[in-house]
Design a protein around this ligand. Structure first.
Ligand code: ASP
Length: 328
């Protein structure tokens, strides 16, 4: 009798939880704000994409999305915070390509990008450009290559920490020219850019979303577009391949995640709002202005992101293993 009662009580409790989760998911988001963790410094490329996005997505979701910048360790500190957050939809993560390089770079990462998150969808693709302080002697990338080789011990290369986009791009660059430079890690390329402009660091491979203003103002030396084709918004910058260094290509992508176990109706609402945002003409125009491209709606979905993230992990893991770099 006692056992039956206990089972009955347990069943009631489970039913209650299910009912309240269902009801809760239906009510999501209500008027409660959603916190979006951006795992890099404020004012940087990931932050810029994120701020433009949440300004529009708040409208489509029906509640305010507030950004928390939590930089360091190439974005893994912020990502870890979201893994441990309550899976109710009120904490989400906006991260970039670093989500796919971290498993190879960090032997003790402490989370699995594919297993410990619910996917919401992709946001935008962002090109990278190798830039230098204005007073660096080489005028072009072609001239920069022998200059870097001859002055390697004196030159420094900024990045946003191991596993960041700037780190990955710098890594491929150094490995392609078989020359090691002193690398200087920051919490994001926003603070790194200040030092490149000030001449404390010489070079950086950065996303156009961070440097569009400085490129237009001629405040940096724009050495090369680190992708196959020239960047639409900066057609006058030749690619690395055009200037004698083929194969150094890094296209950055941003995406949105939620902690594992976030209810599906909540993910569906987040993804629907994301799809409306990436197709919103204001967001698309903002991205284009920064040299980036908002993804089409079909890429702003959980299924598409899951497949894409898996393919990016498969693409970058052997490259990083071959380069023999670890963050820990
Ligand atoms: N995404 C980083 C930032 O926002 C930059 C990087 O990954 O290189 O600063």
């Amino acid at each position: 009798m006692k056992r039956v009662a206990v089972h009955f009580a347990a069943a009631l409790a489970v039913a209650g939880v299910v009912a309240s989760t269902g009801a809760f998911a239906q009510d999501f988001p209500g008027s409660k704000p959603v916190q979006a963790v951006v795992p890099f410094a404020a004012g940087g490329p990931t932050d810029k994409v994120s701020r433009e996005l949440v300004a529009i997505m708040s409208k489509h979701l029906g509640t305010t999305i507030v950004i928390e910048n939590l930089g360091g360790a190439g974005g893994t500190i912020g990502a870890k915070k979201v893994v441990q957050a309550k899976n109710d939809g009120y904490t989400i993560l906006i991260h970039h390509i670093g989500m796919s390089t971290a498993p190879a770079l960090y032997r003790n990462l402490g989370f699995d990008p594919l297993k410990d998150f619910e996917m919401v969808g992709e946001i935008a693709d962002v090109p990278m450009v190798m830039v230098g302080n204005k007073n660096l002697p080489p005028a072009t990338f072609k001239e920069l290559l022998p200059y870097v080789k001859a002055n390697a011990s004196k030159l420094s290369l900024a990045n946003a920490g191991i596993g960041s986009a700037s780190h990955l791009c710098g890594l491929l660059f150094q490995s392609a020219i078989q020359t090691e430079l002193t690398t200087v890690p920051y919490k994001g390329t926003a603070p790194a850019l200040t030092d490149v402009l000030g001449g404390q660091v010489n070079l950086m491979c950065d996303q156009t979303t961070n440097i569009a203003g400085q490129l237009k103002a001629g405040a940096l030396k724009p050495y090369a577009a680190m992708q196959q084709r020239r960047v639409e918004a900066f057609k006058d910058i030749p690619t690395a391949a055009e200037q004698g260094l083929p194969g150094v290509e890094v296209k950055i992508w941003h995406a949105m995640y939620a902690p594992k176990g976030t209810p599906k109706p909540v993910i569906d609402k987040l993804s629907a709002a994301l799809q409306k945002s990436v197709t919103d003409p204001t967001f698309r125009a903002k991205m284009a202005e920064l040299g980036a491209e908002a993804v089409p709606a079909q890429r702003a979905t959980p299924d598409s992101l899951r497949v894409f993230l898996g393919s990016e992990i498969d693409k970058w893991t052997p490259v990083i293993k071959k380069a023999g770099v670890y963050a820990d």
